[in-house]
Design a binder for this molecule. Structure first.
Ligand SMILES: C[S@@+](CC[C@H](N)C(=O)[O-])C[C@H]1O[C@@H](n2cnc3c(N)ncnc32)[C@H](O)[C@@H]1O
Length: 311
């Protein structure tokens, strides 16, 4: 892994199989000497022991800091972020600024609102939002990233943030329950490729204080699945989200991949652009589909078929 800051500084993490102490020292010297001699701005080098057959090391993989700074400084939208080798950071710093600016413009938090930063990494989006809102609450799986988020808040003099380490699917419901019900809430979600856990989608959808979601996604397939779960009308709740606008963001130029930003708002807050008759017909059809899906999921359909077969 090589990570380049806009300052020209670079962090490098080299994976190797587990070596004896003596061999590791020799290998480390070769790597560091070569990188320093190359004069390409390497200011931090790590070795990671990975005995797997793929490059995704286990979270418990042993890490050795063998040269320079333990963290890399990444300036972003007027703030500074210190990041370690295990934390996620957007691959393209220039496009990342465009993406976060657009995401926060669409989120448009009021000064009185709480911003949830779900899958917050080192806290970049939440910290960039912190000046515009009352409080930021970040949720993140990787402990190193949460420690960086806390350190980055302190580094930038930001005091209105709270960071929770753990799986969003285990932490979010408790966070929402603990919120003062009079507060307005909006959320940025930026999950990994598989998208959000169903529990997270359910908690977001059923939180009445939550008026707006900005979904940042690196995988259009899981994005679509999650948007359907947030927006499909159901008989049990009156105010689902509706997709309002979306834009693709070329985070990975010269590849087939792109990042998406999608804004969702509560249906009651959005004027329906469809002609009235068409809207009613579409909703009746959607409700019919939803009833069919619920009926099939309950297994009642199978029982009916079985009964029919036996008759
Ligand atoms: C695409 S990255 C986005 C990070 C951050 N928002 C940013 O822009 O730098 C997704 C983040 O979600 C975290 N993550 C993955 N699964 C998670 C889960 N179940 N609950 C909370 N965070 C999770 C990853 O560790 C990673 O930091």
């Amino acid at each position: 892994m090589a990570r380049l800051s806009s300052t020209g500084d670079m962090m490098v993490m080299v994976q190797m199989t587990t070596l004896s102490e003596e061999d590791r020292q020799k290998f480390s010297k070769l790597v560091v000497d070569a990188m320093v001699a190359a004069e390409i701005g390497v200011v931090s080098v790590y070795l990671q022991c990975n005995d797997e057959v793929c490059d995704a090391a286990r979270p418990s993989a042993v890490l050795h800091h063998v040269h320079g700074q333990p963290q890399l400084r990444m300036p972003l939208l007027g703030l500074d972020f210190l990041i370690g080798p295990l934390s996620f950071y957007q691959a393209n710093s220039r496009t990342c600024e465009l993406l976060y600016s657009r995401a926060l413009d669409w989120l448009a938090p009021s000064e009185a609102s709480v911003v949830l930063d779900v899958c917050c990494g080192v806290g970049t989006i939440g910290l960039c939002a912190s000046k515009r809102c009352r409080q930021v609450i970040g949720l993140e799986l990787i402990p190193e990233a949460v420690e960086s988020a806390k350190a980055n808040a302190a580094l930038n003099g930001v005091k209105n943030t709270d960071w929770k380490v753990g799986r969003a699917e285990e932490v979010l419901a408790g966070v929402l329950e603990a919120l003062d019900p009079s507060l307005e809430v909006c959320a940025v979600v930026d999950p990994p490729r598989p998208g959000l856990h169903a529990t997270v989608l359910g908690a977001l959808r059923s939180c009445p204080q939550l008026s707006r979601i900005v979904y940042v996604s690196c995988n259009p397939e899981s994005l679509v699945e999650d948007i359907v779960k947030l927006t499909l009308p159901r008989e049990s709740d009156e105010d689902p989200f509706v997709p309002v606008r979306a834009v693709a963001c070329d985070m990975f130029p010269h590849t087939m991949h792109c990042e998406m930003i999608l804004l969702l708002e509560r249906r009651s807050k959005v004027a329906d652009p469809r002609p009235k008759g068409a809207a009613l017909a579409e909703e009746a059809q959607a409700a019919k589909e939803a009833r069919k899906v619920a009926f099939e999921a309950s297994g009642a359909g199978d029982e009916a078929c079985d009964a029919g077969a036996g008759a």
